[in-house]
Every structure is written in structure tokens, then in C-alpha cells.
Design a protein around this ligand. Structure first.
Ligand SMILES: [Zn+2]
Length: 237
């Protein structure tokens, strides 16, 4: 399987999943159709299906324009705010996106938004704006206990699971992580590693659950109260 980040806006990644380089791609969270159409054309392939994690415009605005070019299945939350989702999903559902052989399990991960879903297949996690490398999404709609329990679900996935987040926020997140845990050596070495990658314009993603358990203060929080304190601090950091 080949998984490629298509950069969009300032710091979004729209992920493209393909069984092999010649196959049509499954696209995750197309906030903008233009970079997706350009990438598909450059690869000489088409679109197989679309996955949506939550309703925010930078994850969904490209959806209807892409459907004008390709009439493909769309999988995502049961939220009437998002137009174009044919297959609505809920926690525990299992589905195999058109174009792929592998089955995904649906995890409800509310907190950033209430409709937020994450998609897990052994070895892979597409978690939208719930979990970032060394950080997590802002708490726009959910409560701290909701967000904390969503992060616990992700923390319990196998450590080697690769984590495909949708924003390149790692550098700023690690700055906060160092302030939150000044003695954490894993955070310090991640900072220099990510600095080198970003100097070479390389994405800092995917991460892994194992790495996040070592460097991500939000995933390391012991309870919802500690999570809430960190989230509030980061919002003003
Ligand atoms: Zn969002």
C-alpha cells in the first residue's frame, strides 16, 4: 500500500491511499479539490473513493467538486452539514473503501468536533484533527472528558500503528510539549529530528502511536482534568 500526503492550504495534508502506484486513489479529507485533481493527473490515475473525518471546511470543501469529476463512494460521519456523504458511519462499523482491499474500523473520536470519526485498519490510523504529532486538535465542540476518552481509544491501538494526521503542526506542538514536560528526553530528540525533516521540506508525518505515547502531552495526560488544563494552556501558548 502506498500512502502519499498531498499538501493543501498552509499546513494541511490530504492523504492519498493506493494499493499500488498504478491504482486509483482513496482520498482522505479533501479540503480543496485543486491539489487532489492536479496530483491524480500527474500520477495518471483516477479517484476510487473518499473518506471524511469531520465537518470542517478544510476537510470537506473539495468533496462536491471532486464528485463532479468522479462519481465515487464517500464514507464519513452522519452529519447533515456535510453534503455528499453516501455511506454514513458510526462507532464500531467496519467497511472496505472502494479501491482498497483492507477493512477499516470506525472509531468515534469526539472532542475537536462532535461528529469526528477516525479510521483504523491494522497498522494505519487516519485521525483527522483529533490527534496530531505531539498535540491534538482544539476543543471546538466537545468536552474535556469526551476528548480525553477519544484519545484513550487511540492510545490503546497497537504501538506500531502509523498515525496519519491532517496538519503539519508538529514543530509548534513540540515547542509546547517541551514547556509542558521540560525533562522529557523523547520530546527533546523529536524536536531536533523534526527540525531536520522540516529543513528538507519533508513531512513530519506519519507518526506512530508508540512515538506519540512518548512525546505527546495530551496522549500522556492521566485524566480528563489534566487534559483540560493542558488544552487550555496550549490555546494560550
Ligand atoms: Zn477540524
Amino acid at each position: 500500500m502506498i500512502i502519499t500526503p498531498i499538501p493543501a492550504f498552509d499546513d494541511n495534508y490530504i492523504w492519498a491511499i493506493q494499493p499500488t502506484a498504478n491504482d486509483d486513489a482513496v482520498i482522505v479529507d479533501p479540503g480543496d479539490e485543486k491539489p487532489v485533481l492536479a496530483w491524480l493527473a500527474a500520477q495518471g490515475i483516477g479517484l476510487a473513493s473518499i473518506l471524511i473525518t469531520h465537518h470542517h471546511w478544510d476537510h470537506t470543501d473539495g468533496l462536491l467538486p471532486l464528485l463532479e469529476h468522479y462519481a465515487v463512494p464517500v464514507y464519513g460521519p452522519d452529519n447533515p452539514k456535510i453534503k455528499g456523504i453516501e455511506h454514513t458511519l458510526k462507532h464500531g462499523d467496519r467497511f472496505t473503501p472502494a479501491g482498497l482491499e483492507c477493512e477499516f474500523e470506525v472509531l468515534e473520536t469526539p472532542g475537536h468536533t462532535l461528529d469526528h470519526l477516525s479510521f483504523y485498519s491494522p497498522g494505519l490510523l487516519f485521525c483527522g484533527d483529533t490527534l496530531f504529532s505531539a498535540g491534538c486538535g482544539r476543543m471546538f465542540e466537545g468536552t474535556a472528558p469526551q476528548f480525553f476518552s477519544s484519545l484513550r481509544k487511540l492510545a490503546e491501538l497497537p504501538p506500531a500503528t502509523r498515525v496519519y494526521c491532517t496538519h503539519e503542526y508538529t514543530t509548534a506542538n513540540l515547542r509546547f510539549a517541551r514547556a509542558a514536560e521540560p525533562d522529557n528526553k523523547a520530546i527533546q530528540s523529536a524536536e531536533s529530528e523534526v527540525h531536520q525533516w522540516r529543513e528538507k521540506q519533508q513531512p513530519s508525518l506519519p507518526s506512530t502511536i508508540e512515538r506519540e505515547l512518548a512525546i505527546n502531552p495530551f496522549l500522556r495526560a492521566k485524566d480528563a482534568a489534566e487534559f483540560a488544563k493542558l488544552r487550555q494552556w496550549k490555546d494560550n501558548f
